[in-house]
Ligand binder design. Structure first.
Ligand code: PMP
Length: 397
């Protein structure tokens, strides 16, 4: 390993177990992680190894990646402003369009402040780690996404987990806290693995009753729920009470980037101190333009989210009829728990053979160490494509 005689630890030793796990998975067919799509043909079709497959695991909820309006906004931005900003928001990386996108977000959510980040991951990392500092208390749902956990790691606040989707457990834990220090409660809207939704209205009530701020990550729910896709908090009638709402441009917005909006003007100060905001380059002109155009499409009306939900109901009903037990009621994310990881991997390969791509989700990415075949529905799926997905699942049983 090393040329010299000096004894050193093998830096790769710690990956041995994960390597063995990957080998076991690959022995069953294709490696499902980081699979390469040779060509993307549409929001719902791609070429894999020369064969056309139906995409049923892309988070492309509104199917806007191929929208003429979104594509031409992105192309126009490249032509006018080039391919990149080559700098941080604080230095040379704030173009007029970044600011206009922030104004659009404020208007869309009726917020006092809005900050655009380079990814959704960074939005959570930045906002959570900066809002909650030394002596403060972070209370997060146990099923939180990795970037919420990472935001907590980067924060100097104490982190407490409460039971998934349990306002009662949250209330108990808030009641036990000392009076000193600010309190920030973090939940998601639509949970990305099991496709269940949070009772945001109940969380708002419990958080505010106990003097805590509520932060909701609506990465998966903006675009899908609420009037003009303004998310679950809006659908539940509490958008004006949520203190901080974060999201991503990488799903319904058909781009890359993230945001945090707030009913508190104070969020703006974060720009001067938040490391994941300061020390990275800003989103490219084409990313920003695509996100703005996608928001414009959402504002036009409910057709896309209605179409999405109709297809979600069709897929959910078809899978139930085929004998599967989805983890949650019908919604944009439909997760099918499998008995173990190797069964899930085998079935994932069988589905791909049958021309259907779904996500394979396994621990540690999943709650309760579940192995899942995870599907996400798109407004761009045709009824016939959903029927093909169901037909492929029928062959598994
Ligand atoms: N929050 C949640 C709940 C997510 O699922 C994700 C990504 N899948 C993110 C944040 C991060 O978004 P992005 O892809 O923009 O980094």
């Amino acid at each position: 390993m090393f040329d010299s005689d000096i004894k050193k630890s093998d830096i790769f030793e710690k990956f041995e177990k994960v390597g063995q796990r990957a080998e076991a998975v690959i022995s069953l067919g294709k490696l499902p992680f980081g699979m390469t799509f040779d060509e993307i043909l549409s929001p719902t079709r791609a070429l894999v190894d020369g064969r056309e497959v139906i995409l049923a695991g892309t988070n492309n909820y509104l199917g806007l990646t191929f929208s003429e309006a979104v594509k031409s906004a992105a192309v126009d931005a490249v032509i006018r402003q080039g391919t990149a900003t080559t700098g941080s928001r604080l230095a040379n990386g704030t173009f007029r369009e970044h600011v206009e996108l922030e104004e659009d977000l404020k208007a869309f959510f009726g917020a006092q402040s809005a900050i655009v980040f380079t990814t959704g991951y960074q939005a959570n990392l930045a906002a959570i780690s900066t809002l909650a500092g030394r002596g403060d208390h972070l209370l997060i749902d146990a099923d939180s996404h990795a970037c919420i956990y990472d935001g907590c790691r980067l924060s100097d606040a104490e982190t407490i987990r409460f039971r998934h989707n349990s306002p009662e457990d949250l209330a108990k834990r808030l009641a036990r806290l000392p009076d000193e220090g600010a309190r920030l409660v973090v939940v998601e809207g639509l949970y990305s693995m099991l496709g269940d939704v949070a009772p945001i209205d109940e969380f708002v009530a419990v958080a505010h009753e106990h003097g805590a701020y509520l932060y909701v990550d609506e990465a998966h729910s903006v675009g899908c729920y609420g009037d003009r896709g303004r998310g679950l908090a809006q659908a539940l009638g509490v958008l004006d009470k949520v203190d901080f709402l974060s999201g991503t441009f990488s799903k319904s917005f058909a781009s890359i980037g993230g945001f945090c909006v707030s009913r508190h003007p104070g969020l703006e100060l974060m720009r001067l101190v938040s490391r994941p905001y300061l020390f990275t380059a800003s989103g490219s002109p084409s990313n920003v333009a695509a996100a703005r155009a996608a928001m414009g499409e959402m504002m036009k009306g409910p057709d896309l989210s209605r179409q999405l939900m109709a297809r979600a109901h069709q897929l959910h009903a078809g899978l139930v009829e085929a004998g599967f037990v989805p983890a949650s009621p019908p919604g944009p994310i439909i997760a099918i728990p499998r008995p173990d990881e190797l069964t899930a991997v085998k079935e994932w390969n069988q589905l791909l053979e049958a021309g259907i791509y779904v996500n394979l989700a396994v621990p540690p990415a999943t709650p309760h160490a579940k192995s899942l075949l995870r599907l996400s529905v798109s407004a761009a799926h045709s009824e016939a494509e959903i029927a093909s997905i169901i037909a492929a699942f029928r062959t598994l049983i």
